[in-house]
Unconditional design. Structure first.
Length: 478
């Protein structure tokens, strides 16, 4: 059987797996440590030792020509490493000039005050310019990654629409439900408000497998969830047909987890032990793998490029559905907890000055409860994330994190929500809403404490924010 390895439709922006070096540090921390050592070494050598050697060994007649050239060192170090390196090199070089002047009076003529000021201006100016440019580049990089994620989601939706349209052309009108309708029903499944009742893959495993079996004609397949380390969790959470359990050492599984792409049988792979034809990752637009589907048996006529392309499209779209499913606020472990998401976006706010809004909506109108909850959970954009909870009086609460949203945009969103609620027949007091804008001066725990206190939600025992702490400078906008 011919081997097939299909590239992922969504870019592999992040593997979603923990990567550390031998000391257990993440790559960013390790790179920062190595960069600090490099900067320190270059500043000491080019900002201190070499200028001091030049001032000491160059003949007195040539010093007047060498001294102006010393400004090149802080200038280049500032452009290469930033303000601290440029200032440090200029300060060390100025110290060397002062030391030579005091140790050998008259060697440099009059006290070189103008030269010292020139060195400091060159180092500080070049370093500040480099820092401003680097900050702008990093901000654009973060914005680019956000927009790339949204583009990937649109790409998946486009491919899904193509598949659904092709099926519509092949089937008679009024027959079975099409693929797009089935996936829309999947997205609209009742969200889980209780952390204890939450199931692997949000309880959607059976529905996910049913869609794949129907669309690709599979005879036997299993759905598996992954743990927080990206490893396979046994046993399978959903089964179709008489499929055997998948081995965690299966080479197709290993390749899929490493690449985030659909992998089918290869001539050099011995898959007879597990009888696996293909491994389909449920991967979202950021590259995070939520689970995998192992295909064990299917019609011989379906073993072709088109079928595997269809399974790849389904896996990507299902991964996006799982990534943007509302999650209980009580979750305290995992990649998608409210606290972890706040920490990630606070880092973007601090480093790149991005606008991020946090919105909380509480449904008070009991007769229209289901309609208003569905309204609050509607997907505004592909980047938004939602969490659900129940307050002390039994009212549902929906918290939504909205990246790249200024305060004016968040207020406009709340105004649209209120108008839509009134259009559904709810009263003006049927839904209460609050708005917070993420700020670098506060931590994720500060924001969590405000959300729990404002919405009257009991704090989960695993979390540490003090619900009764009220910071007067951090207030929700009603």
């Amino acid at each position: 059987m011919a081997g097939l390895v299909l590239p992922a439709l969504a870019p592999d922006l992040a593997k979603g797996l923990a990567v550390t070096d031998r000391q257990g540090r993440d790559p960013e921390t390790a790179a920062a440590g190595a960069s600090t050592r490099t900067v320190t070494t270059e500043v000491l050598v080019f900002g201190g030792l070499i200028p001091l050697a030049l001032l000491w060994w160059v003949p007195m007649q040539a010093l007047q020509h060498v001294l102006p050239l010393l400004c090149l060192s802080p200038l280049l170090l500032g452009l290469r490493h930033g303000f601290n390196a440029g200032t440090g090199a200029a300060a060390m070089m100025s110290g060397a000039v002062v030391w030579v002047t005091l140790a050998h009076p008259g060697m440099l003529g009059a006290f070189p005050g103008a030269q010292i000021i020139g060195l400091m201006i060159a180092g500080m100016g070049a370093g500040e310019a480099r820092d401003l440019w680097t900050a702008r580049v990093r901000q654009l990089d973060v914005l680019s990654r956000h927009h790339q994620t949204r583009l990937s989601q649109f790409t998946n939706a486009y491919h899904l629409l193509q598949v659904s349209h092709a099926q519509l052309e092949q089937r008679m009108v009024g027959g079975e439900n099409n693929l797009r309708t089935a996936l829309e029903r999947l997205k609209q499944r009742e969200p889980c408000f209780d952390r204890v009742a939450q199931e692997p893959l949000d309880g959607l495993a059976e529905a996910l497998l049913e869609i794949m079996v129907e669309q690709a004609g599979l005879y036997a397949a299993n759905v598996y969830a992954l743990n927080e380390r990206g490893m396979l969790r046994l046993p399978a959470v959903a089964r179709a047909g008489n499929a055997p359990e998948l081995s965690i050492f299966n080479p197709l599984l290993r390749e899929t987890l490493q690449t985030g792409t659909l992998t089918s049988v290869h001539p050099e792979h011995d898959a007879s032990l597990d009888q696996v034809l293909a491994i389909v990752p449920l991967v979202d637009s950021t590259g995070h793998i939520h689970g995998v589907v192992s295909v064990h048996d299917m019609p011989f006529t379906q073993v072709n490029q088109d079928t595997f392309a269809l399974l790849g499209v389904l896996g990507s779209h299902m991964g996006d559905i799982l990534a943007h499913r509302p999650r209980p606020m009580g979750d305290t472990e995992g990649r998608y907890t409210l606290r972890e998401s706040l920490q990630r976006h606070l880092k973007d706010v601090d480093k790149h000055e991005l606008s991020v809004a946090l919105v909380a909506c509480k449904v008070l109108d009991v007769p229209h409860r289901d309609v208003l909850v569905a309204l609050c959970l509607q997907d505004g954009r592909g980047l938004d994330q939602s969490w659900t909870s129940i307050d002390r009086d039994g009212h549902p609460v929906v918290v939504k994190l909205m990246p790249l949203t200024p305060e004016a945009g968040a207020r406009a969103y709340l105004a649209r929500m209120q108008s839509a609620a009134l259009a559904q027949g709810a009263t003006a007091e049927g839904m209460a809403a609050w708005l917070w804008m993420l700020d670098r001066a506060f931590t994720a725990d500060d924001l969590l404490a405000q959300v729990y206190a404002t919405c009257a939600i009991d704090v989960p025992p695993q979390t540490t924010p003090e619900a009764d702490r009220q910071d007067p400078t951090l207030k929700a906008v009603p």
